[in-house]
Design a binder for this molecule. Structure first.
Ligand code: ADP
Ligand code: ASP
Ligand code: MG
Length: 406
């Protein structure tokens, strides 16, 4: 007998028919003699709809009340799924995040899981019940509901799998695996039979929404193999694990992230101590929880330099306000920003040993007249910042170059 964690995303539970389909999958796993813990997301677009509802009432609601609201979506799907399983004649119980023992930090809207106290889940499994847990939520030390950030149900599932040393953690979604690009946008995208944690973590962080990046981080830390598969077909999915030895691919995927903005600090005097100034700027931003990504310092002109960098789009206003307060002190003449940008990235462990990948990527962009604003590289990824309107064309061109012409 094995312990299996199965997570179902919003589209897998969007209506009664899909819920019954999930109940079939879960009960077949149970019938084989396994202990089954199920983690569910809110139905369909429920979370987006709740956000829109809040906006009708208050354009700046407190984060606490937002979490109170958003956590309700998962309560609906968990109870409905439990009812479907009940009707099929199987023992089942649904649990909210706090009942399932999810202790989190207090950051409403982006809480971190501190621990999962799994005694209640264990007691229920001991009674041979199927346990359905609401994803995406927990409780902080004040006893308040928290949510884990958009897409966070994947992380709830992996946290249970890690804490309970599950034998298998399956992430059921609306595509049948991880592809070399978003299969909904790139028809020629190729399904990967496996991918390493490191590559999946980069892809997820760089915009491939198929897995929450923190779920991959946690899976890597606790060495939990994940399977990403479809709830609608019974096809084998993609395995995410330490080493993907099946495909020794140079590049494993292309990702795009539109949730990004560029900020430039214009005209910082180019004197000794500029590096120290830049350090001050970035540590100020970091102290407010604003992460800076691609950084570029321009070649000087008239004894000044510009420092440009990217931040998450939803942090842009906070970052600008903070920079404006300090611009004079740093001697900068202006702060400008642009959120009409996108970041397109390629990821692949093979890049480490293969020079020339960047050149091929730039050639692909050049051939479609896509202009690059900024570039950043690491051992296993290359990202470029582009005009937002060029994003889809850029992904197509790069995907064609690396996967469709070879
Ligand atoms: P769920 O609601 O099941 O959590 P998500 O919408 O969060 O599902 O994630 C699945 C979606 O991720 C797919 O519908 C697909 O459009 C998108 N996606 C983006 N990049 C990739 C990729 N490289 N491989 C597979 N799917 C991807
Ligand atoms: N329902 C939440 C969201 O839409 C969590 C999730 O889907 O994983 O972001
Ligand atoms: Mg998701």
């Amino acid at each position: 007998m094995a312990l299996i964690v199965q997570k179902f995303g919003g589209s897998s539970v969007k209506d009664a028919e899909r819920i019954n389909n999930v109940a079939d999958i879960v009960t077949s796993t149970y019938k084989e003699g396994n202990d089954v813990v199920v983690v569910v997301s809110a139905q369909g677009d429920t979370t987006d709809d709740l956000i829109a509802k809040a906006a009708e009432i208050n354009d700046k609601p407190s984060k606490r009340e937002m979490d109170m609201l958003l956590s309700s979506g998962e309560q609906i799907s968990a109870s409905l799924l439990a009812m479907a399983i009940e009707r099929m004649g199987y023992p089942v119980v649904s649990l909210l995040g706090w009942q399932a023992g999810f202790d989190t930090s207090s950051d409403y809207g982006n809480a971190r899981i501190k621990r999962v106290n799994v005694q209640r889940i264990e007691q229920e499994l001991d009674k041979r019940r199927i346990v359905v847990v609401t994803g995406f939520q927990g409780v902080n030390r004040y006893g308040d509901m928290t949510t884990l950030g958009r897409g966070g149900s994947d992380t709830s599932a992996v946290a249970i799998a890690a804490t309970m040393h599950a034998d298998l953690c399956q992430i059921f979604t609306d595509v049948d695996g991880v592809y070399t690009a978003d299969p909904r946008k790139i028809p020629g995208a190729i399904k990967l039979s496996s991918i390493s944690y490191d590559e999946m973590l980069e892809l997820a962080t760089l915009g491939a929404q198929v897995l929450h990046n923190r779920s991959v981080e946690m899976a890597k830390k606790y060495n939990i193999e994940l399977e990403v598969l479809s709830s609608l077909t019974r096809r084998k999915g993609t395995i995410v694990k330490e080493e993907s030895n099946v495909e020794k691919m140079l590049i494993s995927g292309v990702a795009k992230d539109d949730n990004i903005a560029r900020i430039s600090i214009i005209g910082v005097p180019d004197k000794p101590g500029l590096a120290f100034k830049a350090f001050k700027i970035f540590s100020k931003l970091a102290s407010k929880g604003i992460n800076v990504d691609i950084i570029l310092q321009s070649i000087g002109r008239n004894g000044t330099k510009d420092i440009s960098f990217t931040v998450d789009k939803n942090k842009m206003d906070d970052a600008i306000a903070l920079l404006q307060q300090n611009a004079e002190k740093w001697g900068a003449s202006n702060i400008v920003s642009d959120d009409n940008v996108t970041k397109v990235s390629i990821v692949g462990a093979g890049m480490e040993t293969h020079p020339g990948v960047a050149a091929e990527m730039f050639e692909a962009l050049f051939s479609r007249s896509v202009n690059i604003q900024m570039i950043s590289t690491s051992e296993i990824k290359i990202s470029v910042l582009l005009n937002k309107a060029d994003g889809d064309r850029a992904v197509e061109a790069i995907h064609e170059k690396f996967f469709e012409n070879h």
